[in-house]
Design a protein around this ligand. Structure first.
Ligand code: SF4
Length: 368
């Protein structure tokens, strides 16, 4: 699309953004079909500022842990999961996980542990609750951001109880918030193709809705760049926006690009998303999700240089120091697994923004 055409096409959307009006499905399609990246970035940054955003860019000091990679689901995009007898399968006891977390804490004084796992059919709810209790006792100041909605649903099946009962048990054990994984793409057509063993999207929403009602904040994601259409991406964003209207507990949205390495899609010739697609998704997410406070440019997935550019496309968070990420590394991410605070600060500053270290709930801990 020529630049002048793009400006014309985007003009009615710009008017809506300036007036604080909500964008609709057709607006979303117009945005995602637009190839004038700079115009999209400028519009998304405008939307961010119109809704009260400033120059602050946030990050958290965090540790990533996985307690088990044993999983019954077999999503086709996943390079992380194993069956129990497969080489490389592991299931750590609560004591092993706590020991590792405490050792890492001595080195990096993180304020958050982010933990997601395979849906292991050989454990029970106590397996999940025990590790929270022991971590809360060993590291009382650390926020425990544990278990995707898919895992919560899995626990409710293991235990024969409701999502609410599972969440109450975990909250009592020390759960602070839920990460946003398991959303993939809500379209049933796509889920049948890429994750036929996964729960219905209604279950994902029910877990988040219940968590929000119980006072547990959560995050939300979208996995894009595989077999989904643009329409299905916009539909996904609108469903999240609707949920946020209803329950209001999403802290941030994280668009996740599909990484095909070591998955069935690599054999079929799928490749990584391009930088243009990644920036476009950041911008479109910021524009469409007018009620979710933060959009994250997840540097582990997109690389730090691209995350830096994304700060001018509507993102206001680069996630964090991320010690020990395994899931994107298994699928071919090449951006390392750890970033030191000085490097994050330099990256944000050189993008013309103000680095702010936050806790999980976006309370400011330090500003540069
Ligand atoms: S994405 Fe999660 S649920 Fe799917 S196979 Fe991998 S670990 Fe299992």
């Amino acid at each position: 699309m020529a630049v002048l055409d793009a400006i014309d096409t985007l003009a009615p959307i710009r008017e809506k953004v300036e007036a604080g009006e909500r964008l609709d499905f057709e607006d979303g399609l117009t945005l995602i079909e637009c190839d004038d990246l700079l115009a999209l970035g400028e519009l998304a940054d405008l939307a961010r500022r119109v809704r009260g955003g400033g120059d602050e860019v946030y990050f958290v000091q965090n540790l990533y842990l996985n307690q088990t990679n044993v999983c019954r689901v077999k999503c086709k995009f996943c390079a992380f999961a194993r069956t129990r007898k497969q080489e490389g399968a592991y299931t750590l006891s609560a004591d092993e996980l706590v020991e590792e977390a405490v050792a890492q804490y001595e080195r990096s004084r993180f304020t958050e542990i982010h933990c997601v796992n395979g849906e292991n059919p050989h454990v029970d709810l106590e397996f999940y609750a025990e590790v929270l209790r022991k971590l809360r006792s060993a590291l009382p100041d650390v926020h425990l951001k544990f278990y995707t909605a898919s895992e919560i649903h899995h626990m409710s099946k293991l235990e024969g109880c409701t999502h609410e009962e599972v969440l109450r048990v975990l909250k009592d054990a020390g759960l602070g918030s839920l990460p946003g994984g398991g959303a993939e793409i809500f379209s049933e057509r796509v889920r049948r193709l890429i994750a036929p063993g996964k729960e219905h999207p209604d279950e994902w929403f029910h877990v988040h809705d219940t968590a929000h009602r119980l006072g547990i904040p959560t995050h939300c994601t979208m996995l894009y760049g595989h077999v989904e259409t643009y329409e299905e991406r916009i539909d996904h964003l609108l469903r999240l926006r609707e949920q946020q209207d209803a329950s209001g507990g999403f802290l941030a949205f994280i668009p996740l690009a599909f990484h095909p390495e070591n998955t069935v899609f690599e054999r079929r010739g799928f490749t990584f998303t391009t930088g243009a697609d990644d920036l476009k998704m950041i911008a479109v997410s910021r524009l469409m999700l007018d009620n979710i406070p933060h959009i994250k440019a997840y540097w582990i997935m997109m690389g730090l240089p691209m995350a830096q550019i994304a700060l001018h496309f509507g993102a206001d968070d680069v996630q964090g120091t991320v010690v020990r990420e395994e899931i994107f590394q298994a699928a071919g991410a090449t951006s390392g697994t750890e970033q030191k605070i000085p490097e994050l600060v330099r990256t944000i500053r050189e993008a013309g923004r103000i680095p702010v270290q936050r806790d999980t709930l976006y309370n400011e801990l330090r500003r540069w």
